[in-house]
Design a protein around this ligand. Sequence first.
Ligand code: DAH
Length: 347
Amino acid sequence: MKQQLEQIKSQAMAALDAAQTPAALDELRVKFLGKKGELTAVLKQMGKLSAEERPVMGQLANAVRAEIEEKLETRKAAIHAAVLEAKLVQEAIDVTIPGTPVTMGHEHPMNKVLQEIKDIFVGMGYQIVDGPEVELASYNFTRLNIEEGHPSRDRSDTFYFTDDDAVLLRTQTSPMQIRVMENAKPPICILAPGRVYRKDEADATHSPMFHQIEGLVVDEHITMGNLKGALETLMKRLYGEDAVMRFRPHHFPFTEPSCEMDMQCHKCHGTGEVDGNVCSTCHGEGWIELLGAGMVHPAVLECCGIDPEKYSGFAFGMGLERMAMRRTRINDLRLIFDNDVRFLNQF
Ligand code: DAH
């Protein structure tokens, strides 16, 4: 019997050492220690032993059971550790492997310049307003004093939606003057940037869609001096203190008097020549036209219910692309709309 027990023990130890999975361990537990297991089978023969032998064998059997149980526990822990280790190795993340690059977008240079311009005007107390791109002809033209038959209303210049030419894609941001004035009482001080549309072929300086920024200030005692002050502040903040401007008389139906503002060419400093050649930036003019402006026409104030005897105002409208080209030294308008990241990344 002693021999049998020794044999069970050595078999169990060898088998447990060889087992590699928790399931295999469980099978061995049943095989050696279970109710129908080998150890139990031996113990059932205890009755045949003598009274002296029985406690000795009993002790031995218990010792064998304890050893097998202990071995089971150590193997269980070892297998568990091995499984965990294998899993850790398999699922390890190498944080030093370079990641897949995510290509980020880039802020458009024109938006950057727009933001700068907005900041400058907000600093002077202007409120930024937004309005529709699909506009009524009455706002885009009629109420701005642009009568029927005016060349800018021509179908060859304007995108109309309806046969009666009553609805169109706005050709300028000036209708925002009407939209603001018919809904607000002076003092009014707004800036309205947005897209405008004209039937133009795209070339270095034209695009059928472009951006304008409209400004409007209406209050008592507003003069041309206020207009000049606002625009000079803009130019110096945007282009530097040494920027030189000039105002030229001009005509717009919705302002009286009207003017255009030019900026001295930064390339030839107003001379029109670079190294004896005609300056390519201003085409020899010495000046670059930047915007239209003027004092709001009394008829425009009146049609919005504002008393021109009491109030006066100034307005201006500038092309954002032109401002951005000057600011960023881009020489072809199409680059602004192509959205080639190699170009955009330079800003
Ligand atoms: N809307 C005019 C244009 O597109 C620009 C303009 C001129 C706007 C004079 C104004 C202004 O507000 O007073 O050519």
